[in-house]
Design a protein around this ligand. Structure first.
Ligand SMILES: [Zn+2]
Length: 452
């Protein structure tokens, strides 16, 4: 591994206050960025051990995915023997919960390996994952961390605590987060705390999660009003809307990441702005599950913190970025909402900040050296106009040629450097063939939601 690495390209898109440098370079020393500037200027003061130079290339920070479920990759193409769900609660009850009940630590590892590889090859260098497996809780985060470190990506890992089946399982889920947070030498894996959703947890579990946050300082994540069921549950049981209930428990702070937030009223948006809580927006997943359109343009104009995730669906984040850019235009019939630069910030600097990673997501001296080099298949127009628009409208994950994480080249010429992809694919497929066999009886095994 070169100690002093120089990356040169046609344009450096820093995501640092919109700064763009033509004929630029990024100097990396160890695992930190040493300098960013015009190639000539950077080279004058930096003696590199190794130079990466790609003609017609775009250099930018690695993409950060603010909300994912790596195990979602196991469902791709699955033909399930179930009555087709007609709303989001049924999607959970008929698809996601029967799936997570069949997961063991073997699938925790195999899904993490497969999804981490897809992320890395398409330019995502950091993700925040929420894993769920009520019959495979203990040790699951170690299995995911093993995959993370094998491929060399960064992961903020958590187990999704839920009381949908029992109080005891909720506590065991939290314990797994605590165990992993306290574990030493996790490599590129980090820990956080995860609660499933307001409608599957009691105030008592939230209080325990907040105690753990107090002890560890870790971020806490939860699904919020993804479908209308969450909202109705809170109105019926607590006489409050979802965000109001969470505010009253003390959960909302800049260290909270709320996934989705689709069914929110004006008052709830105001609460988010006041508390500094983050929203992880997942436009492609929202479209897939037909849950509605989150009020992201309103959130942004009110100063709500927003970041972008994939929710375990489509691991090429450039597609998710493009979807965030397009969805709100059509929903509002307004081509000015979510400008291209903002769409990119949501999945770089903003997503890193959502998890307290304040030295990640931009190319800036002193920041962690997570850098990607893109070479579009056909650079039909110059990069001299709005390069953020160029990327949002024209780039896809397959254009990523080189990926550097923590100063280490983990993808070179579109190939993983630390893992043999075909060998990994074989292992993953074998595990998932067996998982799909266990999924055949999903139709009969639908668990009703026991919590009222
Ligand atoms: Zn999710």
């Amino acid at each position: 591994m070169a100690e002093r690495l120089l990356v040169k390209g046609s344009v450096v898109v820093t995501m640092d206050d919109g700064k763009v440098i033509h004929d630029g370079a990024v100097a990396i020393e160890g695992n930190r960025i040493a300098a960013v500037g015009k190639s000539g200027d950077v080279e004058k003061n930096f003696k590199a051990d190794e130079v990466i130079e790609e003609p017609k290339s775009i250099i930018m920070p690695g993409i950060v995915c603010a909300h994912t479920h790596l195990y979602g990759i196991a469902l791709r193409g699955a033909a399930l023997n179930i009555k087709p769900p007609s709303d989001f609660t049924q999607i959970l009850q008929r698809i996601w919960w029967p799936l997570d009940e069949r997961l063991t630590n073997e699938e925790a590892y195999s899904t993490a390996l497969a999804a981490s590889i897809e992320f890395l090859l398409s330019g995502t260098t950091t993700f925040a994952d929420t894993y769920s497996a009520p019959n495979g809780i203990e040790g699951s985060l170690d299995a995911i961390a093993r995959a993370v470190n094998e491929v060399g990506i960064r992961g903020v890992l958590s187990f999704e605590a839920t009381e949908r089946r029992s109080r005891e399982e909720g506590l065991r889920g939290l314990k797994e987060n605590e165990r992993f947070l306290k574990k030493k030498d996790k490599g590129r894996a980090m820990g956080m705390i995860s609660l499933h959703a307001s409608f599957t947890i009691t105030d008592d579990l939230i209080a325990k999660a907040l105690q753990l946050q107090e002890k560890t300082g870790a971020p806490i994540t939860i699904h919020v009003s993804e479908g209308p069921g969450d909202l109705y549950h809170n109105l019926e049981r607590y006489g409050k809307r979802t965000v109001e209930r969470l505010r009253d428990t003390g959960l909302l702070s800049p260290k909270a990441v709320l996934a989705h937030c689709v069914h929110l009223n004006d008052e709830e948006l105001k609460i988010l702005a006041e508390t500094g809580a983050w929203v992880a927006h997942n436009p492609m997943s929202n479209m897939l599950n037909a849950v509605g359109v989150a009020r992201i343009p309103d959130m942004l104009s009110l100063g709500v913190n927003v970041a972008l995730g994939n929710d375990g669906y489509v691991f090429d984040m450039f597609e998710n970025i493009r979807s965030a850019f397009l969805l709100h235009r059509v929903a509002r019939r307004d081509p000015t909402v979510i400008p291209p630069r903002k769409a990119l910030e949501l999945a770089t600097i903003d997503a890193a900040r959502a998890y307290g990673l304040n030295d990640l997501g931009a190319l800036k001296p002193g920041y962690r050296a997570d850098v990607i080099v893109l070479r579009p298949q056909m650079a039909a127009t110059p990069y001299t106009g709005d390069i953020h628009a160029w990327i949002v409208n024209g780039v896809k994950g397959g254009d990523v040629r080189t990926v550097i994480v923590d100063g280490e080249v983990v993808v070179w010429d579109r190939k993983l450097t630390k893992v043999d992809i075909r060998e990994a694919e074989q292992r993953v497929l074998k595990t998932h063939e067996r998982l799909w066999e266990r999924l055949r009886d999903m139709g009969e095994a639908v668990e009703p939601l026991r919590m009222q």
